[in-house]
Design a protein around this ligand. Structure first.
Ligand code: ADP
Ligand code: PMV
Ligand code: MG
Length: 329
């Protein structure tokens, strides 16, 4: 039995634009997905994903077939969409090892589809656990590369390397196209997360931005401007200028909102954080619903979020220095 875990992340600056080759900066956070891989005597592949519920049923499946015992009475495309990332991870494992069967069990502290990178963390941890269980040790860079292939395929060819690289490597990272690197001296920033309890579908949201960008030159300019905000933010990171970072996050949120990926509850949480005196706040990840990230060293933002209609949960997040790691083997 092998257990591996990998962290979720928040985007400081640059999501969506990063898909088109603009730079982005993101930080791994101390919420992790944990995957247990156990070799089997037969050649079957089984997946137990307790957090993945469809109509209240948790998903257990294998060999491309959802278990009858899970009693799921929903159309198959819905199930296929939900298990796509895990299926992709299994495919990557099969490319690396001469598989006989294994069972993988997924547990995660990262809310699904909320912009904290649950998909990347699950895929990264699954590839690590299952390949190790089969006797192969991949480097974090190799895992990041394979996990990126999975996100790319599931999101119909529209994915950056950002989430998967950050989850595999940990710390703060900067990603621009194929150029992925850890940010030396990753700053410890006072992250406060607000979660509206909802989710957005990354593939659909990315496709929405792409079509706006193709239709309007000013939408394409907006994407480029987000890249300029990130470039400006690099100086603020090096000097640990939280006030400047906050201002840039506010600007970035406005542009994401213009690109149609914010929502009423995300905007409400962003404004609650700003009114409470946060240095800045923005949605994180694909948007549509899910989480915002604010910078505030005081308890004021968390308190304000607790009283904000639409905010279901608020918590602090710490930079996680560890990327993918083995918990036990
Ligand atoms: N605990 C989990 N078990 C199985 N699959 C998961 C789990 N967490 C996330 N996923 C997969 O990732 C998808 C969410 O990814 P995505 O839409 O990119 O949002 P995010 O990465 O921001 O959480 C889920 O629909 C599911 O396919
Ligand atoms: C919108 C995007 O930039 C980030 C998506 O992040 P998440 O899956 O919502 O955590 C897409 C990508 O980079 O592949
Ligand atoms: Mg994702």
């Amino acid at each position: 039995m092998t257990v591996s875990s990998a962290p979720g992340k928040v985007y400081l600056l640059g999501e969506h634009a990063v898909v088109y080759g603009e730079p982005a900066m993101l930080c791994a956070i101390d919420r992790r997905a944990t995957v247990t891989a156990t070799a089997r005597d037969d050649d079957r592949i089984r997946v137990q994903a307790r957090d993945l519920t469809i109509d209240g049923f948790s998903v257990e499946y294998g060999d491309g077939v959802v278990d009858e015992s899970t009693d799921i009475d929903v159309p198959h495309p819905l199930i296929e969409a939900a298990v796509g990332y895990v299926d992709g991870a299994v495919e990557q494992v099969k490319e690396v090892v001469d598989t006989t069967g294994f069972t993988i069990t997924i547990e995660s502290e990262i809310p699904l589809g909320a912009g904290l990178g649950s998909s990347a963390a699950v895929v990264v941890a699954a590839i690590d656990a299952a390949t190790r269980e089969m006797g192969v040790e991949l480097t974090p860079e190799e895992i990041a590369q394979r996990a990126y292939r999975v996100e790319y395929d599931v999101q119909d060819g529209q994915a950056s390397r950002a989430d998967t690289f950050c989850s595999a490597m940990g710390k703060a990272v900067r990603v621009e196209g194929d150029d992925c690197r850890p940010i030396e001296e990753s700053p410890e920033l006072p992250f406060v997360i607000g979660f509206d309890g909802g989710a957005g579908d990354t593939g659909t949201l990315v496709a929405g931005v792409r079509s706006l960008k193709e239709e309007y030159e000013f939408a394409a300019d907006t994407v480029e401007t987000i890249g300029n905000i990130v470039r400006t933010g690099e100086r603020a990171i090096t000097t640990e200028d939280q006030q400047e970072l906050g201002r840039l996050m506010n600007f970035n949120h406005g542009l994401l909102s213009a690109l149609g990926v914010s929502s009423r509850s995300l905007d409400a949480m962003v404004w609650a954080a700003r009114d409470a005196g946060a240095f800045g706040a923005k949605l994180t990840g694909a948007g549509g619903g899910g989480c915002i990230v604010a910078l505030d060293p005081t308890p004021d933002t968390a308190t304000a979020l607790q009283y904000t209609p639409g905010c279901e949960e608020t918590f602090r997040a710490e930079l996680d220095h560890d990327g993918v790691r083995v918990e036990s083997e």
